[in-house]
Design a protein around this ligand. Structure first.
Ligand SMILES: Cc1ncc(COP(=O)(O)O)c(C=O)c1O
Length: 380
């Protein structure tokens, strides 16, 4: 039976999991104060870079003795500079339950060829966190963006660990509480939860991470864009705004705007509440409809940012083609853009619920999802 198109449309159809929707108050002209055409080493540029670092510290509640650096190549650059600079000092445990975590496994096992214990879980599940041995270094992704599975909290991370923890928090930072005392290296990119621009990554180092950098020299060469020390000492400038190479001052201005917007919605707790409300609207929709379900099996691990969904109706003949067709229908109606599951993930949809998305837009989009589902069942 065909169902009628819902009357209400989302004001903003952007539900992409990265680059994510800009803050609702964003307009290009709000970046007019950008230090364009000036050296990023001039006072104006340096001040803005320092404001970006200290604004990050303020909103994320990062301790005063942690270092925050703006680095090249987005989150990938930030993670890889940590892997290449710090690993190899001791055995490493690699935890992965979706494609980004799996990418870091490839780096460590196939490229760096480090002695590693690899623990993986299928999409929708998570590895046995209780089995992790913190005598080792541990690399993991806080929120697996392509599976919609996150660690439930940081309780499983030992306070008295001997190794360091390296956490890719790209789709978690600004949407989830991150326990800084448990995280030695934390990375994210601007293009995710705050809806910033791509290209720049952020790396956050605990005092223990700095100690590793200053006391351990890897056996392999490091390119300039990965180097955080000189003569066995941390290059402090990287963590005060003297970036390794030239940053985009337009992207910096955009990030400063996003941080201001974050303050206006109540900082981190306001952002978390917005993501939680968005995700709850999707979870409730799944509870109310027996043809769709959360890919994340355990409620404690269900992401509040990259919510991944699978179709469960046994009338569906070709799961991958069906999910693609539903996403295409919603895109054609300008209801939801870029919500197809990640290319390596199981067939389905992925709806970004981070704080820059308005709950009213999620609520307006969901009845359309029901409409597109019915239309596609009829069209098979
Ligand atoms: C968990 C995770 N890690 C890494 C990345 C790569 O980020 P970037 O493209 O900003 O380097 C992403 C992007 O979606 C991600 O979600």
């Amino acid at each position: 039976m065909a169902i009628e198109q819902p009357a209400t449309r989302p004001a903003n159809p952007r539900f992409s999991s990265g680059p994510c929707a800009k803050p609702p108050t964003f307009e290009l002209n709000k970046l007019a104060d950008a230090a364009l055409g000036r050296s990023h080493r001039a006072a104006v540029g340096k001040t803005k870079l320092k404001d970006a670092i200290e604004g990050t510290r303020e909103i994320l509640g990062i301790p005063a003795d942690y270092k925050i650096g703006i680095v090249p190549a987005s989150d990938t650059g930030a993670v890889e500079m940590a892997l290449w600079s710090m690993l190899g000092a001791r055995k490493v445990e690699m935890l992965a339950w979706e494609s980004f975590g799996a990418g870091w496994v490839t780096d460590v096992v196939k490229q760096l060829k480090i002695d590693a214990e690899v623990k993986t879980a299928d999409y929708g599940q998570i590895v046995d966190l209780a089995s992790v041995d913190f005598a080792n270094d541990v690399v993991f992704t806080w929120n697996g963006t392509t599976a919609g599975v996150r660690v439930p909290n940081g309780d499983w991370i030992a306070d008295d660990r001997e190794g360091i923890t390296i956490c890719d928090a790209t789709s978690a930072a600004f949407a989830m509480d991150l326990p800084w005392d448990k995280l030695d290296v934390t990375t994210f990119s601007w293009q995710k939860v705050l809806g910033g621009e791509a290209a720049h990554g952020v790396i956050v180092l605990s005092p223990r991470a700095v100690e590793r950098l200053e006391t351990y020299t890897p056996a392999w060469p490091l390119p300039k864009i990965f180097r955080m020390t000189k003569g066995g000492k941390l290059i402090e400038g990287i963590f005060t705004g003297a970036t390794i190479n030239t940053p985009s001052m337009l992207a910096v201005e955009d990030y400063l705007f996003a941080l201001d917007w974050a303050r206006s919605v109540g900082g981190l707790q306001g952002l978390i509440a917005r993501a939680d409300a968005n995700a709850k609207a999707v979870f409730d929709f799944c509870d109310a409809n027996d043809w769709i379900a959360n890919l994340a099996e355990d409620a404690a691990t269900q992401s509040n940012t990259s919510v991944c969904l699978k179709f469960t109706d046994d009338r569906i003949q070709d799961g991958a083609a069906f999910a693609k067709a539903v996403a295409k229908r919603l895109e054609a109606e300008n209801i939801a853009l870029d919500i197809g599951a990640y290319r390596d993930a199981p067939a389905g949809l992925r709806i970004w619920c981070g704080g820059t998305v308005e709950t009213a837009d999620i609520e307006a989009m969901l009845p359309w999802l029901a409409w597109a589902f019915e239309a596609e069942i009829n069209a098979q």
